[in-house]
Design a binder for this molecule. Sequence first.
Ligand SMILES: [Zn+2]
Length: 144
Amino acid sequence: MKKKYRFFLNPYRNMAFTKCPKCDGKTKVRKFCLMIHCGPPKPRPGQRIQLLSLNKSCKFCPYCELIIAKKAELEEVLQPMFSQMGIPFSAENYFVMGTMSREDWKQNQKEPLEIKEAIKRIAVFRDVWDFEVRPAGWYFEDEN
Ligand SMILES: [Zn+2]
């Protein structure tokens, strides 16, 4: 499988990440076609799995090739889609697996690709990063 970009699902509602949490460089706003795996991570036979593509504005650090998407914004869009597909919505029932190029995405909108073909065109993330943000202040050591 092709691999491209790194990904961070930003769980902080009040953190915009105008700077990259890794290299401290300025982030840009860029639209990406995110590929989202919907359904339980380990499906039982007969359970439904769907691949969704979502064209979404994200923060992007060109130096780290890091895409930062806001979790709350993503879930706002995903929730109604899940109920349409008849899949119960929970944070465990989806994950962002990679991106698709704009050209492939447009083609898929015109004429949906077969799932096998679609999977071939997905670039999965090289890495998924997680960052913990701590409010400024004092912390007692034993508070951990
Ligand atoms: Zn960076």
